[in-house]
Design a protein around this ligand. Structure first.
Ligand SMILES: Nc1ncnc2c1ncn2[C@@H]1O[C@H](COP(=O)(O)OP(=O)(O)OP(=O)(O)O)[C@@H](O)[C@H]1O
Length: 301
């Protein structure tokens, strides 16, 4: 029997993600699943207790895979319950930010991504924890985390309002002090932001960690050190051209384990969700702990 053949699927559909109407998508799912005789259920998220409800459903029934239909928030929700299990995570990207799906080379076109339901390979990727909280993508302390916090407190959505908040915060932002001890390096000093990166790029396509690999058993701590205002456009350019690692204001610490001391208790987020900060953050690697559904590589055709 084909080990990649899935007979029972759960789709976790976020109806508001990306401000995109998803009723037609339900018909498309039905079409593909009927064609390939796959049983399926759809769980539509409500924004309240979705994780508990998902855990309850997964306890009740064994699914061969669970697909997240939405943005990075929906992907993180589904991943958080699948890490450490045998059930793979599929992604149909339909949010305003689709960072992890881009780093995994999942088609951004919905119709193409839907083809993964019937034709795919399953691979394992690394995940990390920050003080025990799971992360599959990118987490920050510092400037970007502050922007994520302000954005989540506001009632506007979309990349335009994100950029506007970033500009307002940037004008008055003071870099904070950190001490970072990894199994390979130590850093102590001020930083504009500190990113704990399992992957490469945020949903906006700005790449903080161009050389990060999702299954190499290591993660990167990417620091942007204090820089003069005149350098800001150059840094932004490098972020959007996969070359931030060549900036004189950046440092990348590659490691398997790290402790971040955050005496200023600067704010932080994990995979885009603001979380309570801490003065000491233990970062641990969990190699190949999440199975993901990926397009069949060209060489396997
Ligand atoms: N039915 C719902 N009504 C309102 N909010 C919901 C609903 N379902 C999920 N959510 C919220 O959607 C957010 C996740 O959205 P996701 O990241 O997948 O899409 P997105 O369009 O990229 O969102 P964002 O622009 O906020 O990043 C979570 O905050 C979750 O609580």
């Amino acid at each position: 029997m084909d080990p990649n053949r899935h007979n029972n699927l759960l789709f976790v559909l976020n109806p508001i993600a990306g401000d995109i109407e998803k009723e037609d998508l339900k018909e498309d799912i039905d079409g593909i699943c009927s064609e390939h005789t796959i049983n399926y259920e759809i769980f539509t998220t409500t924004g309240e207790n979705d994780k508990q409800e998902l855990e309850r459903r997964l306890r009740q029934k064994k699914y061969d895979a669970v697909y997240a239909i939405g943005g990075d928030g929906t992907v993180s929700l589904v991943a958080s319950v699948l890490i450490g299990t045998d059930t793979p995570l599929g992604i149909i990207p339909l949010g305003s930010g689709n960072g992890l799906s881009k780093d995994l080379d999942i088609p951004q076109d919905t119709e193409e991504a839907m083809q993964l339901i019937a034709h795919h390979v399953v691979r394992s990727i690394d995940t990390i924890t920050l003080n025990g909280k799971r992360s599959i993508h990118l987490s920050d302390l510092g400037f970007n985390a502050l922007v994520v916090k302000r954005f989540s407190e506001g009632d506007t959505r979309g990349s335009g309002s994100y950029a506007w908040i970033a500009l307002q915060e940037y004008l008055g932002y003071e870099p904070k002090h950190y001490r970072i001890e990894t199994d390979a390096d130590t850093f102590e000093g001020k930083a504009f932001m500190v990113t704990v990166a399992n992957a490469n790029a945020w949903g906006s396509n700005a790449s903080i960690n161009p050389d990060g690999i999702l299954n190499d058993g290591r993660f990167e701590i990417c620091l942007i050190e204090p820089f003069p205002k005149a350098a800001s456009l150059g840094i932004l350019y490098k972020l959007y051209t996969d070359s931030i690692d060549t900036s004189v204001y950046t440092k990348i610490l590659k490691c398997r384990k790290a402790t971040i001391y955050n005496p200023d208790r600067e704010v932080m987020h994990i995979d885009g969700e603001p979380v309570e900060t801490a003065e000491k953050i233990e970062v641990e690697m969990h190699p190949k702990s999440l199975k993901v559904i990926l397009p069949v590589p060209e060489t396997d055709h």
